[in-house]
Design a protein around this ligand. Structure first.
Ligand code: ATP
Ligand code: MG
Length: 240
């Protein structure tokens, strides 16, 4: 086990084989986190090690976050019975929301290491994309939407992105330009989601009505169709 973690963290085989084991053992006893597909205790162990390596040495798994982590694993490991039980649509992306500092970015960063390379998404902050747009203009919108493909075994495959901290970029002013960069990217990715099954994930502190204020009701309506909403309720700021 130790070796498997080690090699995974060094970028060799990722522990996507954790999805194939029959039953959750030990640690978890709650009904809500039982799975025939996911070894939840082993996943938590892996995530804690990955968190310490890639986010902060102080990283640990908080018991109050177990259910959120479980739902994310259900989604990424395509656990159909639990997806149904928890109202997760396996064809949509993930919108991870919650208060400042609850651990959204850290979790999306380390969950990537549990996925096979072709399933991994790219994390990109909404702020950085907006700054790229200010620098390079409209091609940036295509870069993150219509032109967001990579070649895998000779085939063009849609690139999945996780847009980190949606909404914080909206207060960046770019003079003489009214384009709402992330709104345009989300609208285009919605079309690509419908046509090509291009997946998008995101993290945000915003509520649904704040998203609408930021991006307008056309984006909000499409986001409902593109994302499963997974929320940290009343979580503490882990920066303290
Ligand atoms: N499970 C954890 N254990 C210990 N520290 C954590 C944990 N999760 C996150 N942190 C730490 O808490 C801080 C905030 O985490 P993170 O940036 O992931 O939160 P966030 O929800 O994305 O915040 P924001 O809303 O500001 O973007 C970071 O310093 C991170 O290292
Ligand atoms: Mg964040």
């Amino acid at each position: 086990m130790g070796n498997r973690f080690k090699s995974s963290l060094e970028g060799e085989p990722v522990p996507h084989e954790y999805r194939d084991v029959r039953r959750t053992e030990g640690v978890q006893s709650q009904e809500d986190v039982q799975s025939n597909i996911i070894q939840f205790d082993k996943c938590l162990e892996f995530l804690e090690k990955a968190g310490k390596t890639y986010t902060s040495p102080k990283f640990r798994i908080w018991p109050e976050d177990h259910l959120i982590i479980f739902k994310l694993l259900v989604y990424f490991y395509q656990d159909k019975p639990n997806a149904e039980k928890h109202g997760i649509d396996l064809h949509k992306g993930i919108l991870l929301t919650g208060p400042v500092g609850c651990g959204k970015t850290s979790l999306m960063t380390i969950l990537r290491f549990m996925l096979a390379p072709k399933e991994q998404y790219i994390i990109k902050s909404a702020r950085d994309i907006t700054l790229e747009f200010i620098q390079d203009g409209y091609p940036i919108i295509n870069k993150y939407s219509k032109a967001s493909f990579h070649q895998i075994s000779g085939e063009l495959t849609p690139k999945a992105y996780c847009f980190d901290d949606l909404g914080v970029e909206s207060n960046i002013k770019y003079y003489g330009n009214e384009t709402n960069v992330m709104a345009e990217i989300l609208l285009s990715r919605y079309d690509m989601f419908i046509g090509q099954h291009m997946l998008t994930h995101a993290t945000t502190n915003l509520s649904a009505s704040e998203i609408e204020n930021c991006y307008g009701n056309r984006v909000r309506s499409r986001m409902r169709e593109m994302f499963n909403l997974i929320t940290f309720e009343n979580a503490k700021d882990k920066r303290c």
